[in-house]
Write a new protein. Structure first.
Length: 184
């Protein structure tokens, strides 16, 4: 009985290698995998996930040193990229909010700093500035693009916050210089 089971497994394993060989060299499967790979790359590019594009290319290049079969190369590239993309960097991650919420908090913090400095702008100018900032924030909230759906890592969020802070600091320095020139 056990001998029959073992012999049937051995006989079927010969069929499995023949089937896998046919699958790996089938032109239509190659085209299908190619369309999936290109679609995967477009998804990464349009969602602004350039790290995944880089991982895809590196995985493909490394795989090409071990296999010349394009089906194998593309499948391994897609699998490695998606495993790293889905599994990497999310352990223990707690989002402090969306980009728009962080932007609003940054603007509020800047407003508080201005109040602490004791700026002597008139009430009309402050109201105009606040209305312009509120309009900018509302315009950013109402955008219907993929940018609002991008989940960023904490490192990327910190970099964005730092860049926004630098840009806003430069803006306020320019305004202060203009105010000083107007006073003189």
């Amino acid at each position: 009985m056990a001998k029959n089971v073992f012999s049937s497994i051995v006989n079927k394993s010969g069929n499995i290698s023949k089937i896998s060989n046919e699958v790996l060299h089938n032109r239509f499967i190659l085209y299908f995998i190619f369309i999936l790979a290109v679609g995967n790359l477009f998804h990464f590019v349009f969602s602004n996930d350039l790290m995944s594009v880089g991982v895809f290319i590196v995985a493909g290049l490394l795989t090409s040193f071990f296999s010349k079969n394009m089906v194998v190369i593309m499948v391994i590239s897609m699998v490695v990229t998606n495993v790293i993309r889905v599994g990497g960097g999310t352990e223990g991650f707690e989002s402090s909010g969306t980009i728009m919420e962080n932007m609003e908090e940054a603007l509020k913090a800047i407003d508080e700093l201005e109040e602490m400095e004791g700026d002597e702008e008139s009430d009309e100018e402050e109201e105009e500035d606040e209305e312009e900032e509120d309009e900018d924030v509302d315009q950013m909230k109402n955008r219907d693009g993929f940018h609002n759906r991008v989940d960023l890592s904490t490192k990327a969020k910190k970099e964005i916050e730092k860049m926004v802070k630098i840009a806003l600091d430069n803006k306020f320095k320019d305004e202060e210089n203009e105010n000083e020139e107007n006073v003189e």
